[in-house]
Design a protein around this ligand. Structure first.
Ligand SMILES: Cc1cc2nc3c(=O)[nH]c(=O)nc-3n(C[C@H](O)[C@H](O)[C@H](O)COP(=O)(O)OP(=O)(O)OC[C@H]3O[C@@H](n4cnc5c(N)ncnc54)[C@H](O)[C@@H]3O)c2cc1C
Length: 454
């Protein structure tokens, strides 16, 4: 078999489409009976720089600016080679998936530049969701004749003395392990958020968080890669999220904060600048009583976010509580009236003075929540990990001695991302960006290698 691709999320599906477009017949294996991965749980939003959709909207963006944003957000600690690769490939991969495979991506201009993205560069589609994206990608795999083997898990990789992958051990649903030969292999089987031993080891501060990612992210790529002598990096890096609705288990979209919403603890007090770090905010929330809080916003903000499927779903489930005034808000949430009044009054003072508030957040006139309130109870969660196998500029996995495995590729959650070493370096929508961009590069690289072998 020329190319084996492991994992049926965005990274694996895109790698398979890229290999197929290059004229190869890849086989994709997926451990679940139904492809989803974290991709299927996501909002389906993706960063791309310098696209024609941005140009049409008059947005001046480029791979260079995207790269700069990656470096700034990660405090210069992201691997510049991987950062450059992602920044350069994000636009072309989006255009290719749009033109060649019909993915109806367009710019989500309502997702304003925020949390480190200095330009509007988040793309999605109306009513978007990650589940739609997985379905679309798998329909395309079917259309172009890529074989997908479900209920099949990679359990090992066999290399020769030169570190060249020659075969893979795969286990079917009946438990039988088969060894299949392959010319190149792409590891696209997600991160390790579902592997409690690994998260305890690499990111012990997440021990008390809920896990809200895919159960298949058990770290198989990393464990198998390490057995082969692969290098790993940024293993303490992750995307947490402070706005998992409790108990609904649905993400309150970040746009609610971007448009002026706040988070208070169960004492009605704010504890952070909600506009600063969308992922790292999970840590200050975890230090509050019960690790719980309330997102507070108002009618104006609700209207601006009403198009977002997650907010629609939360509303349908009754998780969004509304109140005409602070008294009502207190009744609907159980938050202390006096503290809530003080919290909101402080924001109005900062607005009037045109000064930053005590947490360093700046407020435009009328931006903070005012009459016609909404509230959602939230808790913090781990969504997906950002560390993984070290890769080079061709998405080839790199050994601990610095040499690449010639025909072993990785992307998405399986590879080192560009969020730096910890919780504070995540740019919104970088998860899918790395999955799609690195999947594209890995699929093309695997195809090139297999073609060379003839
Ligand atoms: C709730 C939520 C919302 C998110 N929203 C966004 C968003 O809007 N934008 C964004 O950019 N990012 C978002 N993310 C992150 C994003 O979803 C992930 O970073 C991205 O989907 C990773 O893609 P992937 O293909 O690498 O992994 P996955 O989509 O997880 O796919 C990996 C697949 O590999 C399979 N697998 C695992 N091990 C094996 C094995 N040994 N053999 C065979 N198959 C295996 C798994 O079952 C899985 O299907 C979100 C994450 C979550 C949890």
């Amino acid at each position: 078999m020329p190319i084996l691709i492991v994992g049926g999320g965005a990274c694996g599906a895109v790698a398979a489409l890229a290999a197929r477009d290059a004229g190869l017949d890849p086989l994709l294996i997926e451990r679940d009976g139904h492809p989803s991965g974290s991709t299927g749980m996501s909002q389906g939003l993706f960063c791309a720089a310098g696209t024609r959709f941005q140009q049409e909207a008059g947005i001046d963006d480029s791979p260079d600016l995207f790269f700069q944003d990656i470096q700034t957000k990660s405090r210069g600690l992201a691997d510049p080679v991987i950062g450059r690769l992602i920044a350069d490939q994000s636009g072309p991969v989006l255009e290719w998936l749009h033109q060649s495979h019909g993915l109806p991506w367009t710019l989500d201009a309502r997702f304003r530049p925020s949390y480190g993205n200095s330009r509007a560069r988040i793309h999605g589609w109306a009513g978007h969701s990650g589940a739609d994206m997985v379905q679309w990608l798998h329909r395309r795999l079917n259309d172009v004749g890529v074989d997908v083997l479900l209920n099949t898990r990679l359990v090992d990789i066999i290399t020769d003395d030169d570190g060249r992958v020659v075969a893979a051990a795969i286990q079917g649903g009946d438990g039988e392990v088969l060894t299949v030969g392959c010319d190149a292999l792409v590891l696209a089987c997600g991160g390790f958020g579902a592997n409690r031993d690994m998260t305890r080891k690499y990111m012990p501060e997440t021990e008390a968080f809920r896990y809200n990612g895919h159960e298949g992210s058990e770290g198989d790529a990393i464990e198998i890669g390490e057995r082969l002598g692969a290098a790993v990096a940024d293993m303490g890096s992750y995307q947490g999220y402070a706005m998992l609705a409790d108990p609904a288990g649905i993400s309150v979209p970040p746009n609610v904060l971007i448009e002026g919403g706040i988070i208070v603890n169960t004492s009605g007090e704010r504890f952070t600048d909600e506009s600063e770090d969308i992922a790292g905010m999970v840590l200050p929330l975890s230090e509050q009583p019960d690790g719980a809080g309330w997102v507070i916003f108002d009618k104006r903000i609700y209207r601006k976010c009403a198009h977002i499927p997650e907010l629609q779903e939360l509303t349908r489930l009754g998780a969004v509580r509304d109140a005409a005034n602070i008294e009502g808000l207190t009744e609907r949430t159980g938050l202390p009236d006096r503290a809530l009044r003080t919290t909101l009054a402080k924001i109005r003072l900062a607005e009037k003075a045109g000064e930053v508030d005590q947490f360093g957040r700046s407020w435009g006139r009328g931006e903070g929540p005012s009459r016609g309130y909404y509230a959602v109870r939230v808790t913090g969660a781990l969504y997906h990990t950002q560390g993984g196998l070290q890769i080079d500029s061709e998405a080839r996995v790199v050994r601990r001695d610095g040499r690449p495995f010639p025909n072993l590729f990785a992307g998405g959650g399986s590879a080192r991302s560009v969020s730096g070493p910890s919780s504070w370096g995540y740019l919104p929508a970088m998860g899918l960006t790395t999955a799609v961009a690195l999947g594209y590069v890995a699929g093309q690289g695997a195809a090139k290698y297999a073609q060379k072998l003839g």
